[in-house]
Design a protein around this ligand. Structure first.
Ligand SMILES: Nc1nc2c(c(=O)[nH]1)N[C@H]1C(S)=C(S)[C@@H](COP(=O)(O)OP(=O)(O)OC[C@H]3O[C@@H](n4cnc5c(=O)[nH]c(N)nc54)[C@H](O)[C@@H]3O)O[C@H]1N2
Ligand SMILES: Nc1nc2c(c(=O)[nH]1)N[C@H]1C(S)=C(S)[C@@H](COP(=O)(O)OP(=O)(O)OC[C@H]3O[C@@H](n4cnc5c(=O)[nH]c(N)nc54)[C@H](O)[C@@H]3O)O[C@H]1N2
Ligand code: SF4
Ligand SMILES: [Mo]
Length: 744
């Protein structure tokens, strides 16, 4: 079933693995090589849309630098090894560390592609259980963990994120997101451009709040510059106005809200007139936006990375949903609605309408005492946990599809720390800035060589759907898929040895999981799953017991993996429908509008307002680009070609003040940290703000990225400070950091 040959259809379906839009692709192939990639017009969700990155799937598959064999570092040099040798080396090196220093001495770090790879994301919990370490880190804490914390506190589970119902929305306010380029995030929305156009064509409006007149702003009805990091003042101004002007009308949700009076009281001090100077947006504009939101029947506020990666990330994330609720748009058609995913969503499991809620801070990081959130510690704490001696120090690291040396602030410190580890393992497809520090690298498979179901992104989709992609091409002989590699690691850690019978261990783990979930029905469930194996079995279990599932016969006609496989362009499960109170998993069974930790954090805002306004003449922000994806797609010629993109965008007035000309090379510095970048002048920028893409800086020795090294670009994160975090969520501050700039 998983093997295609030249005799098969020459065109196969694959969900794009590169970004959250998860477009359905058609890959033409000759049984061995991919020939051409195009959008699947029959796809029930993406309807043929694709962006230039998808085309690069072919080059990724063929990239000579992509690793095909495990590597073991011997005397400082990587040598190719067999899979058996690599697993044996891992066993030999890792187990003594655990025996000597305990479980917490091994850390894990997960990167963004984990959520795009079914095998990695579904197997990781098993590896984590085997390791039992508290030292778990991921890209989440340089990304969306503030939103996870705010929705967790409000709605009771970490991923209950409301998304704009864009196809029925008439007024969309976007902050700190550029879906025209990123194609959406915590909002799976292929072809944002087309949907935004349709919204405006039916008389709707889009307003964008961003320190740069981004591509999304250019395609909107209005754009307002905001001082980086100051969204909290703007959002407080909006929420205050809704209460102050009697516009708050939670409507149907009123009976499901807890804390409305406390919220109203907490918002009192934040009149837009007092916020304007801090955020750089006029009070009248804030009031008008609040009135438009309240006065439009179908409207939504959406915020993303710009609102998360700042010191008030959790407060901003919370206030966005507060405004959606007060203006009557949460859980309402055309507003901000909750997807109902076919599998794996915590908000479809257990008793509907109530639950245990979420708890954070169950433990803290050793050095900085940063709180755990959703079972993880902040990625910005990883270096200090490795390079600070003492009991509990990290001695070994397992990096899974992660490149924190480029993706996290102050990669130089992390790089030095990694060299001090007793052992490091990378599961990666490249020898790059992070994996070069590993002792063993296990290569992942090409996305064309494994099956896929979107475990994460179905939970954030603007429309419910279920799609599955079978492997397009066969794996090279001897290459395990990533699910198998992860299970073998778990087996090694559990002491079963590097030659353990993975299938038997998988069977035992599955039996345990089914026994827990199905109780007395477990034997029938196991029998029903028996024709499948590995990760597909886990997927079938989740689908069949999920909200649309066949419940193993109890709901005839319900979803099964077989049914989804039989529909290669996917199954549409309909437009989003209201889910409150069924979706809630808070102990109160209500939406918690005023969680204590968030109200307490407003004290920081109050203190900030009481202090003199910041005066830095120049602050830096990031910028995503269509032909780039975080740090790892710069080695693909079809994307790397064309004008050089890692430029520092600067307003002409700033350039003149600083003596910088268009195209000039400049030094950007933050204290002792310096990088060099090429200047590009643009009126798109808010004066006083410079924008540089992240994920560049491919000039570090020891990586094997031939194409990327030709135009390495500057590493924004080399400037940023790993000690700056949102105290509630531990998320990194990546936006609005003060820098200096001078000509070179
Ligand atoms: N300054 C600044 N920094 C940022 C951001 C920002 O906006 N500004 N954004 C942050 C965000 S949102 C994120 S998500 C992080 C991303 O941070 P990371 O996840 O650490 O970075 P990526 O660049 O996505 O690197 C992914 C790694 O996975 C490998 N890889 C790719 N595909 C596969 C695969 O199929 N299998 C395996 N095993 N490995 C694979 C790549 O080679 C690469 O090493 O960066 C963050 N850093
Ligand atoms: N082409 C491409 N697509 C991607 C990625 C990629 O690297 N390339 N990365 C993927 C990943 S991992 C993620 S998480 C998503 C992110 O998806 P988005 O959140 O849409 O990411 P960005 O395009 O970085 O947009 C962030 C916007 O916030 C603005 N901004 C910066 N600081 C502030 C601030 O303080 N306040 C406000 N209001 N705005 C601010 C920036 O100018 C920028 O326009 O994109 C995903 N998609
Ligand atoms: S928008 Fe994202 S998912 Fe769609 S083709 Fe481009 S990279 Fe792939
Ligand atoms: Mo991300």
């Amino acid at each position: 079933m998983t093997q295609h040959t030249a005799a098969d259809s020459r065109s196969a379906h694959r969900i794009c693995p590169f970004c959250e839009a998860a477009c359905g692709l058609l890959v033409e192939h000759d049984g061995v090589h991919p020939l051409r990639v195009r959008g699947d017009e029959a796809d029930v969700f993406s309807a043929g849309f694709l962006c230039p990155k998808a085309v690069a799937l072919k080059e990724l598959h063929e990239d000579a630098d992509r690793l095909r064999s495990p590597l073991i570092k011997r005397d400082g040099v990587f040598v190719e090894a067999s899979w058996d040798e690599a697993y044996a080396e891992i066993e030999r090196r890792l187990l003594p560390i655990i025996a000597r220093h305990g479980a917490d001495a091994v850390a894990t770090v997960l990167g963004n592609p984990v959520s795009h790879k079914m095998g990695l994301s579904l197997a990781f919990p098993r590896l984590a259980r085997a390791l039992g370490t508290r030292n778990m880190y991921s890209a989440s804490s340089v990304d969306q963990v503030p939103k996870m914390l705010s929705v967790g506190l409000m709605f009771g589970s970490w991923l209950s994120v409301p998304v704009p119902d864009i196809e029925r929305c008439d007024f969309l306010l976007i902050l700190g997101a550029n879906p025209m380029v990123s194609n959406g995030s915590l909002w799976t929305v292929p072809d944002y451009r087309g949907k935004a156009k349709a919204l405006r064509a039916r008389g709707g409006k889009i307003v964008v709040v961003d320190p740069r007149r981004s591509e999304t702003a250019q395609a909107a009805d209005a754009h307002h510059f905001i001082r980086p990091g100051a969204d909290v003042f703007f959002l407080l101004g909006l929420a205050h106005t809704l209460c102050d002007e009697g516009l708050a009308r939670p409507g149907r949700l009123a009976e499901h809200l807890a804390g409305l009076d406390q919220l109203r009281a907490a918002l009192l001090p934040y009149a837009p007139e007092k916020m304007a100077a801090r955020c750089g947006i006029a009070a009248a504009t804030m009031r008008e936006l609040a009135r438009s939101l309240a006065g439009t029947e179908r409207a939504a506020v959406y915020g993303r990375i710009g609102t998360c990666t700042q010191q008030y990330g959790t407060l901003c994330s919370w206030l966005i949903d507060v405004v959606n609720i007060l203006s009557g748009h949460l859980d309402s058609e055309g507003g901000a609605m909750f997807p109902r995913a076919a599998a794996f969503a915590a908000n479809t499991r257990g008793k509907p309408g109530t639950g245990r809620g979420v708890v954070s801070g169950r433990y803290r990081s050793r050095v900085s005492a940063a709180p755990e959130v959703a079972g993880e510690l902040p990625l910005t704490c990883l270096s200090e946990e490795i390079d600070t001696p003492g009991p509990g120090q990290i001695k070994a690291l397992i990096a899974i599809a992660a490149n924190p040396v480029l993706s996290a602030p102050n990669g130089a410190r992390l790089a030095a720390a990694l060299d001090g580890l007793d052992f490091m393992l990378s599961l990666d497809i490249y020898l790059n800035e992070t994996s070069r520090h590993a002792d063993v690298i296990l290569p992942g498979v090409s996305p064309l060589e494994d099956g896929h179901y979107d475990v994460s992104f179905t939970q954030f989709s603007h429309r419910n759907h279920a799609r599955y992609s079978a492997p397009v091409l066969a794996r090279p002989a001897g290459q395990p898929d990533e699910w198998d590699s992860m299970l073998r690691l778990a087996a090694i850690v559990q002491g079963h040895g590097c030659n353990a019978d993975i299938a038997a261990l998988d069977q035992a783990a599955l039996e345990q999981e089914v026994a827990k979930a199905a109780g007395a029905a477990a034997p029938q469930v196991l029998a029903a799953l028996a024709p499948l194996s590995g990760v597909e079995r886990v997927l079938d279990l989740a689908l069949r017991s999920g909200p649309y599932g066949d419940q193993f016969g109890a709901q005839p006609g319900g979803l099964t993996l077989a049914k989804i496989k039989a529909a290669p362009s996917g199954i549409d499960l309909g437009a989003l429908a209201p889910r409150v109170p069924e979706l809630l998993r808070t102990p109160s069974g209500k939406i918690e509008l005023a969680p204590a930790a968030l109200l307490a954090d407003l004290a920081r805002v109050a203190a900030d307002l009481a202090a003199p306004a910041p005066t830095a003449p120049l602050v830096i922000i990031g910028r995503r680009q269509l032909r780039s994806n975080n740090s790892w797609m710069h080695n693909l010629p079809v994307l790397a070609k064309g004008a050089f993109r890692c430029t520092a965008l600067l307003h002409p007035a700033d350039a003149q003040r600083l003596g910088l000309a268009d195209g000039a090379r400049a030094e950007i510095s933050n204290g002792a940290r310096r990088i060099e970048a090429q200047v590009e002048l643009s009126e798109e920028m808010m004066p006083g703000v410079v924008s540089l893409p992240h994920g560049w800086g491919h000039d570090l020795p020891g990586a094997k990225l031939g194409v990327a090294a030709e135009r390495p670009g500057a590493n924004l994160n080399a400037l940023l400070d790993e000690t700056l975090r949102d105290p509630l969520s531990g998320n990194a501050v990546l936006s609005g950091v003060a820098v200096q700039m001078r000509p070179l």
